[in-house]
Structure formats: C-alpha cells, structure tokens
Design a protein around this ligand. Structure first.
Ligand code: HEC
Length: 107
C-alpha cells in the first residue's frame, strides 16, 4: 500500500515538472530576446499607464493612437513635446519591440 502512495506522489511530481517545463518552452518561443511588454512596463507606464490610457504629463492615449509603426518608432526614438526621447536609453531593436507592443494596446 505504501508503495502505491509513493508512486502516486512521484507521478504527480513528474507531471507537475513536465507542465512547468512546457510553460517555459512556450514562453520562450513566443518571446524573442527583447520583450516589448516588459520594456513598456519599465519605461512607459509612468506616463502612459499599464493600459496606455493614463495620460500622465499629457501623454497620448495609446489605445487611440493611429500612428503607423514607423511613426511610433520615431516618436519613441526622438520623443515629442513632454515625451522623453528613448534613443539613448533603448536600442533600436528594443524601441521597435515596444512600438510593436503599443499596437496591442489599441482598442
Ligand atoms: C515622460 C512621460 C512619457 C513617457 C515616459 C513616455 N511617453 Fe509616450 N507620450 C508622452 C506624451 C506627453 C505624448 C504626447 C506628445 C504630443 O502631444 O506630441 C506621448 C506620445 C506617445 C506616442 C504617440 C501617439 C500618437 O498617436 O501620436 C507614442 C506611440 C508613445 N508616446 C509611446 C511611448 C512608449 C512606447 C513609451 C515607452 C518607451 C513612452 N511613450 C514613454 C509622454 C510619455
């Protein structure tokens, strides 16, 4: 009887590890080396808020932005009015990633 219980725990443990490994794999597959979302959280929510609608420092409501990707990259790189230029802070690759992430905030 004891053996069966031990086996049960062992099996549960292995299943738990398996799904954990799976989660990690899918996460790394969908997230390239630069993650626009985490960059956004680090650099943009202070003014734009988590969902892009905060409007701190007169920030633009990003859910209503109609700027095409290239223009967004430009605004983020060079700044605009009260928005800080990010060219010294973020690499071109990261700016592009966060510009792509902003697209997902649109409603
Ligand atoms: C210091 C506050 C501040 C921070 C930090 C900030 N922004 Fe802004 N952002 C603004 C303001 C203010 C505007 C509006 C500028 C204007 O009216 O010309 C703006 C405008 C924008 C626009 C233009 C929207 C449009 O359709 O015209 C985009 C895109 C944008 N921000 C993205 C970002 C991203 C991405 C980050 C993080 C990398 C970021 N912002 C960080 C304040 C900020």
């Amino acid at each position: 009887m004891k053996k069966i219980i031990v086996f049960y725990f062992l099996a549960a443990f292995l299943v738990a590890c398996g799904s954990y490994a799976e989660q990690r794999n899918t996460a790394s597959a969908s997230t390239p080396t630069v993650d626009g979302k985490s960059i956004y959280k680090d650099y943009c929510i202070a003014c734009h808020g988590l969902y892009g609608v905060m409007g701190g420092s007169g920030a633009f409501d990003l859910t209503k932005s109609t700027l095409p990707l290239e223009e967004r990259v430009k605004v983020i790189t060079d700044g605009r009015k009260l928005m800080t230029p990010f060219k010294g802070l973020l690499s071109e690759e990261k700016i592009r990633a966060v510009a792509e992430y902003v697209e997902t905030l649109k409603q």
